[in-house]
Every structure is written in C-alpha cells, then in structure tokens.
Design a protein around this ligand. Structure first.
Ligand code: C2E
Ligand code: CA
Ligand code: CA
Length: 702
C-alpha cells in the first residue's frame, strides 16, 4: 500500500501509483465519504491540509473533526440538501459553500461529486473539493473595483442604504446620515434599529415598502414622511430593489433616498393656493362639488339630512363702497370666523366669491337641528362688527336646500339653495328660507309656538313618557323621562321643536318643573311597588347654567319620597363649553344633593377626554348617531368602540341610546357597553303602559 495514500483500514482499495500521485498532487481534496450526518470520511487526499488546515488523519473516520463541522453552519443544510437530492436522482452534484478552516478562516469552496455504491454495496459519496478563493490578480481587481464603488457611494449626492428584511441598516452612506440628521453612517446604523417604527411617520409605511418589494421586487419613487434624528419631519423619495445571492436567497434591500421636502412644501402650497381663499382662509369653491358629493353619499348611507346653505351678506356693497375695500375685507374675514365658530367640525364653510358663502351641514338626523343652526348663523352674523372704529350691523340672507327632499345631487341642491336665497332677499333680508315651502312654514310656526306653549303650561297639556334602559341581560334598570306635548290645536309636537323655544323664552323653567314633578312622582310609586329603578331627566343647557336648577331640584326632592341616588340628570356637553368654572360649581352642587350626572349625546360635539376627567360625571350616553350604522359602517364602529373604552377606563357607566336592532345591541354589548336604550327594547311610553312592562321587568326585543 502506498505510503502517500491514507486509507481506512476497513476498505481495501487498490490504487495504482499513477493515480496516487495524481490524486495527492491536485490543488484540492479528493474524498470518499459516507452519506451520514458527519459526512464521515473514508478517504481523503493530501490536499486536505492545504484546503482545511486539518491533516487527513484528523478528518478520516471523524478522528478529530468531522466534515460536517468544517462546513459553515449557515451552509450545512443547503449543502446536505443538494447532495442528497443528487444522490437520490442518481445525478452529479456541484455546490458552492463556505468552510471554516483550522485557523477559523472562512473559505469559499466548490465541491463536485456523485453518489456511488462501494465494494460492499453501501452508498458513498466520491468527489472533489477545491478552494474558490480567488487568485491574487482577481483579488486586486476586486479591491480596485470595491475602492471605486466605495468612493462613488461615499461621495454620492443621494442617500444610499442597505437594509435587512426585519428593518435595520446594514450600511448607509454619509449623505443618508446627513439627510436623517446623523453625524456619521455608524451613528445612523446604531440608532435606527427598527426602521418600521422609528423612521416613518406613518407606521404602516415600512409594511407597504415590503409589500411592494414582495410583489414587484422593487419600489420606485416611494414617497414618505419620516422623522429625522431631532424629531423634525421631512419627506423622502426612495428607489430600492432586492439583492439576492447566487442561489437566489434574499440578502438585503438596497436603494437610494432623496430629500424631497422642499418639493413637497411647494406642492402643498400650490394645493392650498388652489383650494383656499387667500383672504379668509376658508375653502374656496374648487372643492365644493366634490365635498358636497361626498356628503350626499354619506347622508344617503346613514339616512341623515344634509343641508346646503347659500349665505349672502345684506349690506356688503354699502360697506365696501362707503368704507373702502380694506373695511370690506375685514368684514369678510370677521364673518368667515363667525361662520366657522358656530358650525361643527363636520360642517363645511366655503367662500363662494364676493360676499357669498356656502355652508354644507352634514350629519343631521333632525330637521330641527338644522333650523336651530340656521338661527344661530343668522344671529351671529347680525352681531355688530367694528369697522373703521364704528360698529355696524350686517345681516345676511340664507337660502337652504335639504337632501334628500330638495335634490339628490350636488348640482340640483346648489341651484335650489341659490333660489331659496333669492326668496330670502325678497322677503326683506336677514332671514332664512328653505327651498321647500313646507319647511318655511315650520320656521314661521316657531314664532307662534311660543305663545301656544304658554297656554299649554297653564292647561297642563304637557305629559311625561318613559323610555326604559336595560342592562346586557335586558333587564330594565332605569327610565328616561321625555317630555310630550299633545296640543289640541297643533297636534303632537316633538320635544325637538318645543324644547329650544322653551329655552329661548324662559319657559323651560316651569316646563322642567312640571316634567320633574311628574317623573319623580311616578318613579317614587314604581320604586315602592316594584323595586329600585333609576329615573333620568333631561336638563337643558340654559336652565342648567342659570343655577335655578339646584334649589328647584332640592325642593322637588323634599316633596317626593324618592332617594336622590335614584335620580339621574342628563346634560349635554354644550353646558361645559362656556363658563366652565360655573359649570363645575353647579355640577358639584348637584352631586352634593346626591344625584347622578349623565353626559347626554356624547360623541356629537367636542367630546374630549379632558372634560370627562374634570367634571364629576357618572354616566355617558353615546349619541344615537354613533349607534346608527354601527353594524355596517366601519368608521362609526371605530368611534363608538373608542368612546366605550374611554368611558370604561374612566370608570363611567356607558349607555348607548337609539339601539334599534339586534346587531347593534350585540356589537355594543360585546364592546362592554353597560346599558341600552332604544326602540329595540321599547319606545317612550306613557306611565300606565310602563307599569305593565315593569311588572315583567325583562324585555323581549321586538
Ligand atoms: P334625547 O335626550 O337624546 O332623547 C332621546 C331621543 O331619542 C328621544 O326623542 C327618544 O324618543 C328618541 N329615541 C329613543 N330610542 C330611539 C331609537 O331607537 N331610535 C330613534 N330613532 N329614536 C329613539 P324625543 O323624545 O323626541 O326627545 C328628543 C330630545 O328632546 C331629547 O333627546 C332631549 O334632548 C329633548 N327632551 C325631551 N324631553 C325633554 C325634557 O323634559 N327636558 C329637556 N330639557 N329636554 C327634553
Ligand atoms: Ca336624554
Ligand atoms: Ca341623547
């Protein structure tokens, strides 16, 4: 046996001398190994040492180390997979991978081989492994190329990066560091360990980046707003692609970054100039159609009313001509501010041109709330304005068209609002007109209603209906007292109509007195006969703030045999918006009496966390507009969910009103709402009918 050939003693090979010399002088390692987990070597040529740094003896029969161990851990699986696949299909294999030498160096090698049956019929692998590390010349060329590209990257005017799939930087050039506000690329790489969360202002942006990469393999002009190191925001545009290795495996994302902040600012300035009125800062007519169409679509979906209002100032020409343009401009700015001030966030104010404004009032589910709003707009505009050091009174003529009755598209509604506005002008200015004559009648009747109410209070025409509130198990836990007026002359009149008038005329005080008296008397009887029951009464804002209410309530409580703890007072958030110190004082006085306080119509106005914390409220009633559509309108559901969890986290009882179907009830109760009120359980009922219902106590939904 040749002294140059290392042989495993088990196997009798008979190598010829020529073969022996050849094998042992090759640059590389000839081998035969078992197909086992160690790639146990049965034969290795002398090239083993030069290749791996281990002597043949060390490797043979896994004497000191196994070939599996020499294979780079990251490549082991792939190599095994490829070799086994070739063996199974009886084919040759050729695989590139890394090994770790005895000196801990990493070397790229190229292995070729084939599975064969040995003399005893066992499957073994025979092959040849050679060093792939380049020769000196190639190395030099590569170094030059690297130097060249490094220079290019370092001095490029654009930011250049490589990032990993999970979102950290593998490399960055100095320009990128500068764009992002870092002194060096190293600082950037260190600080931005989670690109998705730290870099993009919109946290979904990184996922969108990855998604586009997955589907297209690249992103082009990918524009995002990002945070710089100091927290300031800038806009960037990215171009990037995926880098893969020879085997097609993902290596990194690589790309460039441009700072496009200036362009963006310029662009948004242009957009603003295009869509806003320079003088008043209101929207100009450009977006009117579009916004109106959107409003109509929403109103249709939600069964809301939408109002388009043309506002035309009455004395503008006079002021402009006699006081000059500067005064005219001041007047327009003042009117714009007043309009904005008396509308809600969901309403739109547009300067149509000259002294004409258009209002789009969204999300009203009562025509009466539109009428109240128009009255307010008119009153606001009629307040004196200081111009050229003198006070002037300017009125306006308002024309209103309502979706759906006055038109179902933007065009028609605008046309009809315009003609209603002319009707208002010819009616003698400073008034509003509806396109539909019936609505004008409604507005006129308001005036007469006040007189009728005075009579009605004397004739005791006001009644109280009671609407049950139920818990999640649909047991009645409380009642809301609601005023009813059945006038012999006018028929049934909704509280939405007479309450605002009662407020304005001061009749609300005697009215509330009557309602409280009737409600408490009935509740005292039910409490005595049928067990504990909460009774809620509505308090209108003006009455509340007059603080009449505190001693009037105290007096009432003395008259009826009802513990204060059974009483809830429902107030609306408008009482908390004005003189808050006074409101806080009154609320605390009421709490001292021992009654519970509920925030009515929550979610419609300025509902804010701060007042929920500051005011001693026990209950919040989620407004009907946040319940209607909750089962199919994602936006509504989201707000409702947020309101409920807000209420819960502040320890309030959360009540939903206007629950009309089972789906709404289920959604609300799954979100943890505590109590429910609405037609699904019962409409407001007169006391006699309610007694029956209370005897059953549990309600089977209709
Ligand atoms: P509110 O306090 O928000 O009362 C709830 C209103 O929603 C009631 O209208 C009730 O009948 C109605 N409602 C209840 N469940 C449903 C439902 O499932 N679907 C629908 N579509 N509506 C439902 P109502 O009785 O016409 O009262 C209207 C408003 O008038 C009340 O709104 C309240 O702000 C005011 N109001 C009523 N009575 C009084 C009162 O005695 N004093 C004061 N200050 N205001 C009152
Ligand atoms: Ca209420
Ligand atoms: Ca309400």
């Amino acid at each position: 046996m040749s002294p140059h050939v290392s042989l495993n003693s088990e196997i009798q090979v008979d190598p010829s001398r020529i073969l022996d010399t050849l094998v042992n002088n090759l640059d590389g390692m000839v081998y035969r190994c078992r197909c086992d987990l160690n790639w146990s070597m049965l034969f290795v040529s002398h090239g083993c040492f030069a290749l791996t740094g281990y002597t043949p003896e060390a490797l043979l029969s896994n004497g000191y180390i196994t070939y599996e161990q020499i294979t780079h851990p990251d490549d082991r699986l792939r190599v095994r997979h490829e070799i086994e696949r070739a063996i199974t299909s009886g084919k040759r294999f050729s695989v590139h991978y890394r090994i770790i030498t005895s000196l801990d160096q990493i070397k790229w090698v190229h292995e070729r081989g084939i599975g064969v049956l040995d003399e005893s019929g066992e499957m073994v692998v025979e092959g040849f492994i050679e060093d792939e590390t380049m020769n000196k010349k190639t190395v030099e060329a590569l170094q030059n190329a690297e130097h060249y590209y490094r220079n290019l990257v370092e001095n490029a005017a654009v930011g250049i990066f490589q990032t990993s799939m999970d979102g950290h930087y593998l490399s960055a050039n100095p320009t990128l560091a500068r764009i992002y506000g870092y002194d060096t690329p190293d600082e950037l790489i260190h600080a931005l360990a989670d690109i998705g969360r730290q870099l993009y202002v919109d946290v979904k942006r990184r996922n969108e980046f990855r998604h586009q990469m997955r589907t297209d393999g690249e992103v082009i002009n990918f524009e995002s707003e990002i945070y710089r190191r100091d927290g300031s925001k800038i806009w960037i545009s990215e171009n990037a692609h995926i880098v893969r290795d020879v085997n097609g495996t993902f290596v990194c994302y690589e790309g460039t970054v441009h700072d496009i902040t200036e362009r963006k600012h310029h662009q948004s300035l242009l957009e603003r100039q295009a869509n806003y009125d320079v003088l008043t800062g209101l929207l100009n007519r450009n977006l009117l159609h579009q916004l109106l169409e959107q409003g109509i679509a929403r109103a249709e979906r939600m069964s809301y009313y939408l109002a388009v209002v043309f506002v035309d100032l009455d004395n503008f020409k006079f002021i402009n001509d006699s006081l000059g343009h500067a005064a005219g401009d001041n007047l327009l700015v003042e009117v714009a501010a007043r309009l904005r001030g008396c509308l809600r966030a969901s309403d739109i104010v547009i300067r149509q041109g000259g002294d004409e404004f258009v209002l789009v009032l969204n999300d009203h589910y009562r025509l009466n709330s539109i009428i109240s709003l128009l009255e307010r707009v008119l009153a606001e505009i009629s307040e004196p304005v200081l111009l050229a050091e003198r006070e002037y009174q300017v009125g306006a003529s308002l024309g209103t068209a309502i979706f759906p009755q006055d038109g179902s598209d933007a065009q028609t509604l605008l046309k009809h609002a315009d003609s209603a506005m002319y009707a208002a002008k010819s009616k003698g200015r400073n008034n509003f007109q509806f396109y539909t004559s019936e609505l004008n009648k409604v507005a006129d009747e308001r005036l007469n209603l006040e007189n009728a109410m005075r009579g009605a209070l004397e004739q005791d025409e006001f009644e109280v209906y009671f609407q049950p509130k139920v818990d999640a198990a649909q047991r009645i836990v409380g009642l809301e007292a609601l005023a009813r007026w059945n006038s012999p002359e006018w028929g049934g009149i909704s509280p939405d109509r007479f309450i605002p008038i009662a407020e304005e005329s001061g009749l609300i005080i005697p009215l509330t007195e009557i309602i409280m008296h009737k409600a408490f008397t009935a509740a005292a009887r039910w409490n005595a006969e049928l067990g504990p029951l909460q009774i809620a009464v509505n308090l209108s804002p003006k009455l509340f703030l007059s603080d009449e209410i505190v001693h009037r309530l105290a007096a009432q409580l003395q008259q009826v045999d009802l513990p204060p703890a059974r009483i809830e007072l429902e107030i609306t958030e408008s009482v908390l918006l004005g003189d808050t110190e006074r409101a806080v004082y009154i609320l605390h006085e009421l709490k001292k009496l021992g009654v519970a306080l509920a925030m009515d119509d929550f979610g419609t106005g300025y509902s804010s966390l701060s007042y929920l914390r500051r005011f001693p409220l026990d209950i919040i009633k989620i407004d009907r507009s946040l319940v209607t559509g909750i089962e199919y309108e994602e936006e509504v559901a989201k707000i409702a969910r947020a309101v409920i969890s807000l209420g819960q986290s502040l320890g309030k009882v959360v009540v939903a009103e206007g629950v009309e179907n089972q789906a709404q009830f289920e959604f609300l109760s799954s979100q943890g709402c505590h109590e429910f009120q609405g037609y699904l359980f019962a409409k407001p009922l007169p006391a006699a009918e309610l007694t029956q219902l209370l005897q059953q106590r549990t309600i089977q939904p209709a």
